[in-house]
Design a protein around this ligand. Structure first.
Ligand SMILES: Nc1nc2c(c(=O)[nH]1)N[C@H]1C(S)=C(S)[C@@H](COP(=O)(O)O)O[C@H]1N2
Ligand SMILES: [Mo]
Length: 325
């Protein structure tokens, strides 16, 4: 029987809004009952703990936790790890939220990251070599999915600008394109041929150099578990969650705006900019409010509340292009 300690920020289980999360947590409890990890009172404080943490043998574990950057405050309660880690979007493992177990098929070593396109010199670097050179910090960011759920999580990682500086792009590079791995043998979702694999996202160079643009390699003080996009993913909290591309293997510098996975799937609903905006409806639903994972509904803010950091980026831009998803 799990002895669950309730921390001050945790809501009673019954207050968890999404039915599926609640059901899932019960399923985990059932599935793992008798397992050592839940047997001890000192075990994970939340259901899902067993899959929340990165594998014990993750070679980057020793890097975490890292110091929190106090500049970024979410002004909202942190999402319990067991909820964030068991309610995910990762279409490589299925088009539903309960992919955390399937995602454990992801093999994160060896993991090479290719830097190419309009750079001084193209190169490939192993993930562990890359992360060892980067200035790691923790940032608590809000995350707003286009589907109207949101969370607050502590990412560990480094500013995207640090990677750009390492890459040494040419002056005429205008965009950075980021691509997820392509390997059906560890991502059954990629057998679904109707999706435009590999998952691709992009930012303008100006956006990429903005202080808020962050590359996450960890979460909750440990390496990213598979379902959050191990070993390296993007976090751009003023944009809808689908911009936050997971499990990146390639950064390409280019002067052409990349076609993203979601644009290729449905350009009428998901565009390149994807800045959070409560006043612009998704064609099928209002974006004025969001359901907070863990409980409650709050109004959605322009740029997800990060306007002070990013509003200048879009000054003078055609409003319809900027604001339409
Ligand atoms: N490769 C890849 N990256 C992805 C996705 C995906 O399906 N595949 N989903 C996106 C969406 S829609 C969201 S909301 C976030 C979810 O991140 P999380 O599961 O870590 O909360 O990941 C984004 N990155
Ligand atoms: Mo999303």
């Amino acid at each position: 029987m799990l002895i669950k300690k309730t921390r001050s920020w945790e809501l009673p289980e019954s207050a968890v809004t999404p039915e599926s999360v609640f059901k899932d947590r019960r399923k985990i409890l059932k599935g793992l009952a008798g397992g050592t990890i839940l047997g001890a009172a000192a075990g994970p404080l939340m259901a899902g703990g067993a899959v929340a943490a990165a594998p014990e043998n993750d070679p980057s574990s020793h890097l975490y936790p890292v110091a929190r950057n106090p500049l970024y405050t979410a002004q909202r309660e942190m999402t319990p790890e067991g909820i964030a880690a068991t309610y995910n979007n990762f279409y490589e493992y299925g088009s539903h939220k309960e992919i955390y177990e399937l995602a454990q098929q992801l093999r994160t070593r060896p993991w090479d990251v290719k830097i190419d396109g309009m750079v001084d010199k193209e190169f490939t670097i192993g993930f562990d070599d890359l992360v060892a050179q980067m200035p790691l910090e923790e940032r608590v960011y809000r995350h707003r999915c286009v589907e109207r759920w949101s969370m607050v999580v502590p990412w560990s990682g480094f500013p995207l600008s640090a990677l750009v500086n390492l890459a040494k792009p040419k002056n005429d590079a205008k965009y950075i394109k980021m691509v997820t791995f392509l390997d059906k043998s560890m991502a059954p979702g990629q057998k679904e041929f109707w999706w435009p694999w590999a998952y691709t996202e992009g930012l303008t160079m100006e956006e990429a150099m903005n202080d808020l643009s962050f590359i996450a390699t960890g979460i909750y003080g440990h390496p990213l578990p598979a379902q959050h996009g191990a070993p390296i993913r993007l976090a751009v909290p003023w944009k809808y969650g689908f911009k936050a591309v997971k499990s990146i293997v390639q950064f390409t510098f280019t002067d052409e705006r990349p076609t993203t996975f979601w644009e290729a799937s449905n350009a009428n609903e998901y565009g390149f900019w994807a800045n959070v905006n409560p006043d612009v409806r998704h064609p099928r639903w209002s974006q004025s409010e969001e359901r907070v994972l863990g409980g409650g509904t709050v109004p959605t803010q322009i740029y997800n509340g990060y306007g002070e950091f990013v509003a200048d980026l879009y000054k003078g831009m055609d409003k319809t292009e900027r604001l339409f998803m």
